[in-house]
Write a protein that binds this ligand. Structure first.
Ligand SMILES: [Zn+2]
Length: 411
């Protein structure tokens, strides 16, 4: 088995740590931000450019790749990394989130703020409901062509083994903050039962597919905003062993109330085994990354950096703004004067304004390179600050200047 996690430094007085996740496709220095290439591509950016901007790994989505081109195609191609010409480690999200979010129609954001979110944002009416959950799995209608499919824990494992990412996630039932407490309990029991089935099927497939690189399996901790449920999930999944197999790491998923993000994550990470990596699913806004790192998360993914880039929104040390705004028409400075990315080294805000206004394809490429670099580098800086013993100062300095707040987003 060529998967391991080494902790190099553990912060005293907090849950933060610095380490290395070793995978068959190479190491990941943690904490690390993992950019998202949902359908085996980070939209508009070449893999070489992702490597150049410091991306250590990429995360794709099992649900999307199962529907198109089909996970068997990736298997035949030699796995996800080879298929998309990415030389490093890869992750796949299990499909549970997408099956349910696309199925229930609550779009791609799990309400980040329990105070302001409305019922209408979450359930788009029963008529549009494309997914039905039962104890065995989920039956859903493809958002592409309306065809009917069924995902069970076993199917998710088969699909993810065919895709061949280094790190996979167990199939879980993802709830929203809107769901009632009894429903959260039901979903959590189901997620636990599914976790056992995932481990069993994972074990069977690992033995059956001799000669393939080892794929690590992470269990997913649900429980929404409830302390007892989160702690129970962390205890149960953290110690779970089935067919002689336990989880290689953990994902923290589901509805995360932004105001309580640090509290929820610390409930879970105080319980999970220290020697296994922890991934915070769908979190990537700068201020949330600090909270995740100081509460013991090792890796993060979020589609926001690339998605907002395509709408001309960019992150900078002074906050987030839109390059299509007319105030940038004659601004011949870089997007962020402190950024070392390809875009900031070679182009001005005026040029970026021009290509966005002209709807030129290069606008997406250049803005995505900048945003992904900004977030990857920010987490790299947090890692260095932990090693240097000045994380608190670095955080205060960054947040003192950076003000925009944005939510959770999975794809
Ligand atoms: Zn830049």
């Amino acid at each position: 088995m060529s998967f391991s996690f080494d902790i190099k430094h553990a912060e005293s007085g907090s849950l933060a740590r610095v380490g290395t996740i070793n995978t068959p496709h190479g190491p990941i220095q943690t904490p690390a931000f993992i950019p998202v290439g949902t359908k085996a591509t980070v939209k508009s950016v070449l893999p070489e450019a992702m490597k150049d901007l410091g991306s250590q790994a990429l995360l794709s989505n099992a649900y999307h790749l199962y529907l198109q081109p089909g996970s068997d195609v990736l298997d035949e191609a030699g796995g996800l990394a080879k298929f998309m010409n990415w030389p490093g480690p890869t992750f796949t999200d299990s499909g549970g989130f997408q099956v349910l979010s696309l199925g229930v129609g609550f779009k791609k954001v799990l309400a980040m703020d329990a105070q302001t979110f409305r019922r209408d944002d979450v359930i788009a009416g029963n008529k549009d409901r494309l997914a039905h959950v039962d104890d065995e799995g989920v039956t859903f209608k493809s958002h592409l062509d309306g065809s009917m499919h069924r995902f069970t824990p076993e199917v998710s494992m088969q699909v993810q083994h065919q895709i061949g990412a280094d790190i996979m996630f167990a199939f879980d039932e993802c709830t929203t903050l809107h769901n009632t407490r009894p429903y959260q309990e039901l979903a959590m029991d189901r997620t636990f039962a599914w976790a056992i089935r995932c481990l069993d099927e994972h074990k069977r497939l690992t033995e059956e597919r001799i000669g393939k690189p080892y794929q690590a399996l992470f269990g997913v901790i649900q429980g929404a905003q409830y302390e007892d449920l989160r702690k129970k999930a962390a205890t149960d999944l953290g110690t779970l062993e089935s067919s002689g197999q336990s989880f290689d790491g953990f994902g923290i998923g589901g509805a995360l109330d932004k105001g309580q993000l640090g509290t929820i994550v610390s409930w879970v990470n105080e319980i999970l085994p220290e020697d296994k990596p922890r991934h915070l699913l769908g979190i990537g806004a700068p201020e949330d990354l600090f909270v995740g790192v100081e509460n013991g998360c090792d890796t993060f993914d979020c589609v926001l950096a690339s998605r907002i880039a395509r709408t001309s929104a960019v992150y900078t040390m002074e906050g987030r703004f839109n390059l299509s705004n007319s105030r940038f028409k004659r601004d011949f400075t870089p997007i962020d004067s402190q950024c070392d990315c390809y875009t900031c080294t070679h182009y001005t805000r005026a040029y970026m304004h021009h290509v966005f206004r002209g709807k030129e394809i290069i606008s997406a490429t250049l803005a995505t390179i900048h945003n992904e670099r900004f977030i990857v580098r920010l987490v790299d800086q947090m890692r260095q600050a932990l090693l240097d013993g000045n994380f608190a100062d670095m955080k205060a300095d960054f947040l003192g200047r950076y003000t925009h707040r944005s939510g959770q987003s999975r794809d």
